[in-house]
Design a protein around this ligand. Structure first.
Ligand code: ADP
Ligand code: MG
Length: 314
């Protein structure tokens, strides 16, 4: 199958999946209408085989993760996802791989109402780069830079599960565990983020580890943070299987794609109500303070030093 046949077979005829573009796949570029009083939100994430996911991984799982990590960036901005492009590099035109990958991508696109509107296909080491396009009402996007002293710091869900799967070297023995599920199919907190965007002062999704990512909020906002280690939410499975490492995994492990955000204390009740209505676990883990950097506090309120601020490629 040549490149054009491959694109035609697997990536065209997606009309009806998600929001329709004015002009989709098949021309030199796609065309989208721009709504008034709306800002376009653009994010991209690349997944390289052997670096971001193990070799010979299930193509459906790879598709799911590739889409969801990009959707998580939309959630982190409080945006509604609309469309995406896919730049796919493949070692060969492996029909079995492609049909599984494309089928799951389509299923997930339907689930999250976003449509594939273009991309590029080349030969090389397996790698996929998605670029997601979304929208927010003008001026309402959640950014990293709005945290203020005395704001509370919150996280959604549990932390550390995806990193546990990485630390198990993606072992087949764990492929049906909740750790694997969290790694391959993180839940982008889209609805929650859109609902709290008027309450939160700063927000991001945790891709590199809580300490590293909260550090980004601090830097962008010109503030410091104090977090209470005993309040970091961890799943019962993580505490069971990794009694000695669960805290370290939860604060420095990446890949969970939960949200970390700050909000003034007056918003507490409303935030908890919104989370409760969505059946989402929401935990207050600390406070923004004047100063810089992230300080970890133990049960007695004393500052303790924790290693590994998170993952960095270089
Ligand atoms: P060009 O050579 O003009 O860049 P291509 O032959 O690469 O065009 O692509 C033809 C059409 O197929 C374009 O609309 C492009 O966006 C789309 N396309 C190519 N690869 C992919 C892909 N992996 N996923 C989705 N659309 C793709
Ligand atoms: Mg062209």
């Amino acid at each position: 199958m040549n490149e054009f046949e491959l694109i035609h077979k697997y990536f065209s005829n997606w009309s009806g999946v998600g929001t329709e573009p004015t002009l989709g796949i098949g021309d030199d570029a796609a065309l989208l209408e721009m709504e008034p009083d709306t800002q376009m939100v653009v994010a991209a994430d690349t997944l390289v085989e052997g670096r971001h996911f193990p070799e010979n991984a299930d193509p459906g799982l790879v598709a799911s993760r590739a889409l969801r990590v990009n959707l998580s960036d939309m959630a982190a901005m409080g945006a509604e996802p609309l469309h995406y492009t896919l730049c796919l590099t493949l070692p060969s035109s492996d029909i079995d791989w492609l049909s599984l990958f494309a089928a799951r991508l389509r299923e997930e696109s339907e689930r999250f109402s976003c449509s594939l509107i273009g991309g590029d296909t080349t030969r090389g080491q397996l790698c996929m780069s998605l670029q997601m396009l979304g929208k927010v009402k003008s001026g309402e996007a959640l950014q990293r830079s709005g945290a203020k002293a005395d704001d509370d710091i919150w996280v959604t869900g549990n932390l550390g599960d995806a990193a546990a799967y990485t630390s198990l070297n993606f072992s087949d023995d764990w492929s049906s565990s909740s750790f694997a599920q969290k790694f391959w199919s993180p839940e982008p907190r889209l609805e929650f983020a859109q609902d709290i965007s008027h309450l939160a002062s700063a927000c991001l999704d945790i891709s590199d580890g809580l300490l590293a990512d909260l550090g980004h909020i601090c830097k962008a906002s010109g503030v410091g943070a104090e977090i209470s280690l005993s309040d970091i939410p961890q799943s019962p499975e993580l505490q069971d299987q990794f009694p000695d490492q669960s805290l370290q995994l939860a604060i420095s492990g990446g890949d969970d794609y939960e949200l970390c955000f700050t909000a003034p204390p007056e918003s507490n009740t409303q935030l908890l109500k919104i989370a409760d209505e969505q059946g989402l676990n929401l935990t207050k883990i600390g406070n923004i303070i004047q100063g810089s950097g992230v300080t970890c506090l133990d049960d007695t309120g004393s500052a303790i030093k924790m290693s590994q601020a998170g993952y960095s490629h270089f």
